[in-house]
Structures are given as structure tokens and as C-alpha cells.
Design a protein around this ligand. Structure first.
Ligand code: UDP
Length: 235
């Protein structure tokens, strides 16, 4: 029996690139889709929010001479490419999906309409939220938070490449200590780099739990859904 009935899973664009730094690895997307499909089949309702960093980020060096708003528009469009790749792979894995975009593009995907998104979830479809919040100067972490609040998800599962939240960067400091639980306030006060501060603050204001976990361990999404102790709970 699953612990959570409805979750929002936040994937950065980079995870779709697999070993490469750029673009989409069809192998990685396929294995990710298989893992997510397995969870969906247990009846857990999944909203998927995907970033665009594997293609473009508004704050990237490549965009430094650009108008920020234009660059952010490019970043948001990049998330749509990723959403379509995930949709394709998830449907091949046998799960019905809908891509909903915050920036309207009717020929490509449905516009985001809250009640419709909830209806899709109730019917067992995975809803992939694309194009961020539609606003420049935001991130897909914020989009995931807003989406989770709107669809009343019980938790945001935030995928990373490490086990969870550490007191300092585990990639640089081998003695970094992993937290099993940490408060929103501590994440903000210590500027622990797990999620955008604005997204963490919004979760705090609304008491929405965030579970930070290692996506590179196969089965973690299922473990989270079943309530097994995985990663770090920010609450
Ligand atoms: N972006 C934006 N508004 C949003 C979400 C995203 O302007 O609401 C742009 C921004 O330029 C960002 C890029 O889209 O750098 C990709 O999103 P993000 O950096 O969150 O992707 P991730 O790091 O998760 O791959």
C-alpha cells in the first residue's frame, strides 16, 4: 500500500542527458520512464515537472549577453522538449500521459488547466508539467511547488545525484553529513543547495513536504511512494 496517493516528481533537465552534459539520452529516458511507469501502475498519481538545463538556462554563461527574459523563454521552451521526450518514453512503457504547458502551444500539448490536470491524474494519467511557471526569473523548482500546491500533492520528490541533503557539498567534502530530516528554515538559513530558495520558502509557507533523493538508485521513486526511508525529508 502506497504512503502517498499523489506526488509531484521534479526532475532536472540534466538527468535526461545521462552521462552527457547536453541533450537527451534515449537510454536514460527509457530507463527513467520504466521506473516511473512501475510506480504509476501501483495507483500512485504522478505529476512530473521537468527542467530544461540540459538544453538551456537563462542564467547560463551562453546567455550572458542576452536579454534575461528572452533567455528564460528559451529555457522554458527547453523544458517542453524534455516533456515530450518523457511523454514518448512513458507511453511506450504503457502509461497514459498528458503534457500540459504553462505557455500555450495548442498544436503540441494541452494548456495547463488545474481541474483538468486533476482529472487526468484521477484517471491514472501521468501529467507532465512543461514550460515552468511561464514567467521569467523563476525556475522549474518553483513550478513544481506551485503545481504541487494546486493539485494538492502530498509531497514533492526532488531528484538529485546524491543521497539527499548534506551539511556541506558531498561532492567536495567526503566527510559531509547526510541529514535524514531537516527543517525548511535550516535549508534556507544555511543556504543548503537543494532547491531554489523561493521554492523552499513557498513550501514552508504551505507546509508542503519535500523529499530529496538519489535518482541514480533504481527503485527510489517506488521506495518513496511506499513510505520507505529514502533520502532527506524537508519539512
Ligand atoms: N525558466 C523560467 N521560468 C520558469 C521555469 C524555468 O524562466 O518558471 C527558465 C530559466 O531560464 C531556467 C530554465 O528555464 O534556467 C530551465 O529551468 P531550470 O533551470 O529550472 O531547469 P533544471 O535546472 O531543473 O534542468
Amino acid at each position: 500500500m502506497a504512503k502517498y496517493q499523489r506526488i509531484v516528481l521534479k526532475l532536472s533537465g540534466e538527468v535526461l542527458a545521462g552521462g552527457a552534459n547536453f541533450g537527451i539520452s534515449t537510454e536514460r529516458v527509457k530507463s527513467l520512464a520504466a521506473e516511473i511507469a512501475e510506480v504509476s501502475r501501483t495507483g500512485v498519481q504522478i505529476g512530473l515537472v521537468v527542467g530544461g538545463g540540459n538544453f538551456f538556462r537563462g542564467v547560463a554563461a551562453a546567455a550572458k549577453d542576452m536579454d534575461r527574459v528572452t533567455a528564460d523563454h528559451m529555457g522554458m521552451l527547453a523544458t517542453v522538449i524534455n516533456a515530450l521526450a518523457l511523454q514518448d518514453a512513458l507511453e511506450k512503457a504503457g502509461v497514459p500521459t498528458r503534457v500540459m504547458t504553462a505557455i500555450e502551444m495548442h498544436e503540441v500539448a494541452e494548456p495547463y488547466i488545474r481541474r483538468r490536470a486533476i482529472r487526468h491524474l484521477e484517471k491514472g494519467r501521468i501529467v507532465i508539467f512543461a514550460a515552468g511557471t511561464s514567467n521569467p526569473h523563476f525556475s522549474t523548482d518553483t513550478a513544481a511547488t506551485l503545481g504541487a500546491l494546486e493539485i494538492h500533492a502530498q509531497v514533492i520528490a526532488k531528484a538529485t545525484r546524491v543521497e539527499g541533503v548534506y551539511g556541506k557539498d558531498p561532492m567536495r567534502f567526503p566527510d559531509a553529513v547526510l541529514y535524514r530530516e531537516v527543517s525548511y528554515l535550516e535549508v534556507l538559513a544555511k543556504a543548503l543547495e537543494v532547491m531554489d530558495a523561493s521554492a523552499v520558502a513557498m513550501c514552508r509557507d504551505n507546509q508542503l513536504a519535500i523529499l530529496v533523493f538519489n535518482l541514480n538508485t533504481y527503485g527510489n521513486i517506488m521506495r518513496i511512494s511506499m513510505g520507505e526511508p529514502v533520502g532527506t525529508l524537508i519539512h
